[in-house]
Write a protein that binds this ligand. Structure first.
Ligand SMILES: O=C(O)c1cc(C(=O)O)c2c(n1)C(=O)C(=O)c1cc(C(=O)O)[nH]c1-2
Length: 242
C-alpha cells in the first residue's frame, strides 16, 4: 500500500512521532555530552559559544523569512515575537545581547564574536542551510522544522544545573540567555506544534513533517560534528596544510 493511501495518524499519534525524534537531538551528541559533564577545555567552550553566536544572529533572519512567506495575519502576530526575543526592543535587550554577555562570561569580547572569526565553515554551512530552507519552504514547513525546540528547555536547564558546578571560571551572569529561553522555547513550541498538527493532515504530509524535523536535527548535529573536529580532535579545516 502506498504511503498516500495509509490512514493518517491521529493528532496524538502524530505528536508522539514528532516527540520520538528526541533521540536525535544534539543533547546526545558526544560534544554536547562532554560539555555538559564538565569535560571540555576552556578553548572548546569558547569555540562553542563563538560558533553558536552565528546561530543566534541567524535565527531572527530565519524568522523574518518565515514571516515574509506567511499569508496569515494571526500567525504573523505571534511569530513576530520570536524576532523581538532575539533582537530585543526598548527596555529589553534580547537574546543576541544575552549571548554577547555569555561570550564575555567565557572570556570572549563582543568584537570577537561579532567578527565571526571563529565560525567554522561546517557550522556556517549548516546554519545557512536552515535560513535558506526557511526562505524557500512554505511557512508551515518552516514552522515545523523549528520544532527541535520541543527538546530545548531540557538542554538549557541542563546547562543551568551543570555548568556552574563544572566550569567555575565562567562568570554567572553569562547564564541569562539559557534562563530566558526556558519560557520562550515553551511558548514557541506550543505555537509551532499547533501549526504543524493542524496543517499536516494526510499520512503522506505527516511523514513529510517528520522529515522536516529530521532535517533540522541534522543541522544541529552537523554543527557539533564540525566543532568536534576543530576542538576535540584539534583538526580544524586545513590543519594538515603547511
Ligand atoms: O541551545 C540550544 O541547544 C538550542 C537549540 C535550539 C533548537 O533546538 O533549534 C534553539 C536554541 N537553542 C535557541 O536558543 C533558539 O533561540 C532557537 C530558535 C530555534 C528555531 O529553530 O527557531 N531553535 C533554537
Amino acid at each position: 500500500m502506498g504511503i498516500e493511501e495509509q490512514t493518517p495518524w491521529s493528532r496524538e499519534e502524530f505528536e508522539q512521532k514528532l516527540r520520538a525524534k528526541e533521540k536525535y537531538y544534539h543533547i546526545n551528541h558526544p560534544f554536547h555530552v562532554l560539555m555538559n559533564t564538565g569535560k571540555l577545555e576552556k578553548k572548546a567552550i569558547q569555540g562553542w559559544v563563538a560558533n553558536r553566536f552565528y546561530y543566534q544572529t541567524s535565527i531572527p533572519i530565519k524568522d523574518a523569512a518565515i514571516m515574509a512567506n506567511c499569508t496569515d495575519r494571526d500567525t504573523r502576530r505571534l511569530w513576530v515575537q520570536r524576532i523581538i526575543d532575539h533582537d530585543g526592543t526598548q527596555g529589553n535587550d534580547g537574546g543576541i545581547e544575552a549571548w554577547l554577555q555569555l561570550g564575555e562570561a567565557v572570556g570572549l569580547s563582543r568584537e570577537e564574536l561579532q567578527s565571526e572569526q571563529h565560525v567554522l565553515p561546517g557550522v556556517r554551512f549548516a546554519i545557512d542551510a536552515y535560513v535558506n530552507f526557511a526562505r524557500h519552504a512554505t511557512w508551515q514547513e518552516a514552522a515545523c522544522s523549528s520544532l527541535t525546540e520541543l527538546f530545548a528547555p531540557k538542554i538549557h536547564q541542563n546547562r543551568l544545573d551543570n555548568w556552574p558546578k563544572h566550569y567555575t571560571w565562567i562568570e554567572p551572569d553569562g547564564y541569562n540567555y539559557f534562563r530566558k529561553r526556558l519560557g520562550e522555547a515553551r511558548r514557541d513550541v506550543e505555537h509551532g506544534l499547533s501549526i504543524t498538527l493542524d496543517h499536516f493532515r494526510t499520512r503522506e504530509q505527516q511523514e513529510h513533517a517528520l522529515g522536516l524535523l529530521q532535517f533540522k536535527l541534522d543541522i544541529l548535529w552537523t554543527m557539533l560534528d564540525a566543532m568536534w573536529m576543530a576542538y576535540i580532535e584539534n583538526k580544524p579545516p586545513y590543519h594538515c596544510v603547511e
